[in-house]
Design a protein. Structure first.
Length: 262
């Protein structure tokens, strides 16, 4: 699939004329099977070398798919050839575009068979997707990484729901840390996530709770077996943010239900 087919012109025009759109891209790893040459060809020499160092083919496929798709997608927003894009790491290792100089911000996450990419215009954004795997000691982890109120909420869930509940909290925390650039070096238990009965997500973090800095957190409903969330900077006085889902590579019927979790 060539880059010019990924997103409609009118959607790009709407994105660039507004500062209130958040574009969320879902990329299945299986796109590699049909597009491996295109995806690999967009990578920088450093990225190609990193891909070659993976011991297992499945890990190489994930890396090439994620980073090749990211380049194809960002080329749409910047109008620059995907091979010509270059990135630099900011504070705490958060990547951003350095060539071209751009007001397009992005964040990437991948887990299992999917990559998730969030794109905004001048708004800090974090995104996370996690397969809800059961081979982890989630209750033990929650005691070390969650706030007291989060632990209490998790404990209140029926046993069959606790694993999913753990990942619901986790992906919002991770997306927030990625949006702020704080990273996992900060204490996860200083962040408190709450869930409203109407599908709303609350987010509290003492050092960054100011009238000038607000954060919109949304759970995403993408594919079965995965938890995902996006967190976006919400400037005071700005219009309501709109989240749009784009998945030009998704054709599986099981991926047909897309939206904000309610």
């Amino acid at each position: 699939m060539s880059p010019e087919h990924l997103i409609e012109t009118r959607s790009l025009e709407s994105f660039h004329s507004s500062r209130c759109e958040v574009h969320v891209w879902l990329v299945p790893v299986r796109v590699y099977d049909a597009e491996s040459g295109t995806l690999f060809g967009t990578l920088s020499e450093d990225e190609k070398a990193r891909a070659a160092r993976f011991m297992f083919a499945k890990d190489q496929r994930r890396f090439v798919t994620a980073h090749g798709a990211l380049r194809l997608i960002l080329a749409e927003y910047t109008g620059v050839d995907p091979c010509e894009l270059s990135f630099a790491q900011g504070e705490n290792g958060k990547p951003g575009l350095c060539r071209p100089a751009s007001d397009v911000f992005f964040n990437l996450s991948h887990s299992g068979d999917y990559t998730l990419i969030g794109v905004t215009k001048r708004l800090r954004v974090g995104i996370d997707i996690e397969g809800t795997r059961s081979n982890i000691e989630y209750l033990e982890l929650s005691r070390r990484l969650f706030s007291p109120s989060e632990c209490a909420w998790l404990d209140s869930r029926p046993d069959p729901e606790q694993l999913t509940a753990f990942f619901r909290i986790w992906v919002v925390k991770e997306a927030f840390l990625k949006a702020t650039g704080v990273g996992l070096s900060d204490s996860l238990n200083e962040i408190t996530v709450t869930f409203g009965s109407n599908g709303s997500v609350g987010l509290r973090y003492g050092p960054d709770d100011t009238p000038e800095t607000r954060w919109l957190a949304k759970e995403l409903e993408l594919v079965p077996g995965y938890a995902s969330a996006v967190v976006v900077e919400e400037p005071a006085g700005s219009p309501p943010l709109k989240i749009r889902f784009l998945e030009p590579w998704c054709q599986n019927a099981s991926e047909g239900k897309r939206g904000i979790k309610s």
